[in-house]
Write a protein of this length. Structure first.
Length: 185
């Protein structure tokens, strides 16, 4: 096994060295050109690619994960509602940079009431209401258009606008607004 390994390394070094010396002997140079690197084949008809998308701008979508959402700290501060203090989230700079940007996020659907859902890291039986996780493991959902009918613990991927909440302790820390289901319908 070792002989094969050493032989492979020696062969690799030999090819690298011989290729480098060959290029030096030939004095090969690369010439700059103004012609495009890729040209349309003459036998193909001219097609205007992406014609229906020309006026639209494409926006890169970040995919968030629960590990990143869980990388927050909490600090106890007094509030109007809770004078003795309540734990406020301190959201990291990476998440703050994604605020109000288009994102994709996957998780389990948890019903809040008849018309409201949340996206959770865990299934309903292990969600943060039951003491199994913290408030950073759930995200409020506001769907684009009408709210679809979804099943508890249905695993979906949503695409929407990410919004963080650092001040209102009565609301979710994370939200996904203008959300559409892109996977798991």
């Amino acid at each position: 096994m070792r002989k094969t390994y050493y032989f492979s390394i020696a062969l690799f070094v030999f090819f690298i060295f011989s290729d480098a010396t060959f290029l030096q002997k030939q004095n090969l140079t690369i010439k700059e050109s103004n012609s495009p690197a890729v040209q349309r084949a003459s036998f193909l008809p001219e097609i205007k690619a992406f014609s229906k998308f020309e006026s639209k701008s494409f926006v890169a979508i970040d995919t968030l994960n629960w590990k990143l959402l869980g990388a927050i700290k909490f600090v106890k501060k007094p509030s109007k509602t809770y004078p003795d203090g309540v734990m406020f989230p301190i959201i990291n700079s990476t998440l703050k940079a994604k605020n109000k940007k288009r994102i994709a996020m996957s998780g389990f659907i948890v019903p809040i009431d008849n018309t409201t859902y949340a996206l959770s890291k865990n299934v309903f039986a292990a969600c943060f209401f039951c003491g199994q996780a913290g408030p950073e493991t759930i995200m409020g959902i506001k769907f684009r258009g009408s709210t679809p009918k979804l099943k508890t613990d249905q695993y979906v991927t949503l695409e929407g606008n990410f919004r963080i909440n650092e001040n209102d302790v009565e609301d979710w820390i994370y939200h996904i607004e203008d959300a559409v289901i892109v996977k798991g319908k």
